[in-house]
Design a protein around this ligand. Structure first.
Ligand SMILES: Cc1cc2nc3c(=O)[nH]c(=O)nc-3n(C[C@H](O)[C@H](O)[C@H](O)COP(=O)(O)O)c2cc1C
Length: 215
């Protein structure tokens, strides 16, 4: 029952970038928060199954790119719905590599910082990485994207390994699901059939033709 209540908690939207063995990797998280200011530390919660978790443990460093309201849904889809274990997730996402090998995402982000892990806390499903920011951008550009904006304006979802994932039990009357990123279209004002043919998935940019009707 508490999962519903916990949806009232507020978060931001971020991409965590990590050095990889063959190629750099990044994933979307909504769980970055500042822990202390002197010394300055932040925390992020990363699921044990995510490749990013393995790479942060291996290299002890990661970047945080703070997404803005102008960051495209397709960049979020590319980094938040597939794993770097099997995909080169950054192949269609703009980024620059730091000297340390970790990527900073360049998709209309507000700012970024680079962190060194100073501590970890294990929970049943997630590792909480506590880290010290040691470098970062000088300026903040645009408006940071909040998790609420992602959910209610972009109409994005949270996949299984996000800490805020919960199974939605209330089914919409008519639902169309994107086969790529699992975004669900169920707008009662504009039926799916009436959307223009060049309409694309607001999360991953896939064409209308990859949507399947549910139920
Ligand atoms: C909006 C959103 C928020 C997410 N938040 C988190 C998070 O805080 N922690 C986490 O471990 N995964 C989170 N995820 C899920 C990961 O981004 C996802 O599992 C990703 O595919 C992991 O990629 P990797 O295996 O390359 O690390 C989130 C995804 C989305 C779309």
């Amino acid at each position: 029952m508490y999962d519903r209540i916990l949806t009232s908690l507020s978060y931001g939207m971020f991409a965590v970038g990590v050095r990889g063995d063959d190629r750099p990797n990044a994933c979307i998280v909504n769980t970055v928060m500042q822990i202390s200011s002197l010394p300055m530390t932040i925390a992020v919660s990363v699921n044990h199954s995510n490749y990013t978790n393995e790479l942060i443990k291996k290299y002890g460093e990661f970047t945080v790119s703070v997404l803005s309201e102008n960051t495209s849904g397709s960049a979020i889809g590319a980094l938040g719905y597939t794993s770097g274990r099997t995909n080169d997730k950054l192949s269609n996402v703009r980024y620059t590599l730091l000297r340390e090998g970790a990527p900073v995402i360049r998709e209309e982000i507000c700012c970024w910082f680079f962190c060194k892990v100073v501590n970890t806390v294990e929970t049943v499903t997630h590792t909480i990485f506590i880290a010290e920011p040691i470098a970062g951008s000088e300026k903040i550009k645009g408006k940071p994207m909040t998790y609420d904006y992602y959910r209610n304006v972009i109409k994005g979802k949270s996949p299984k390994y996000a800490p805020t994932y919960y199974e939605e039990k209330e089914e919409a009357a008519e639902k169309y699901v994107c086969n790529i990123c699992k975004y669900e279209y169920s707008d009662t004002l504009i039926p799916f059939d009436e959307l223009p043919n060049d309409w694309i998935c607001p999360i991953c940019g896939a064409p209308k033709s990859v949507f399947t009707k549910q139920g």
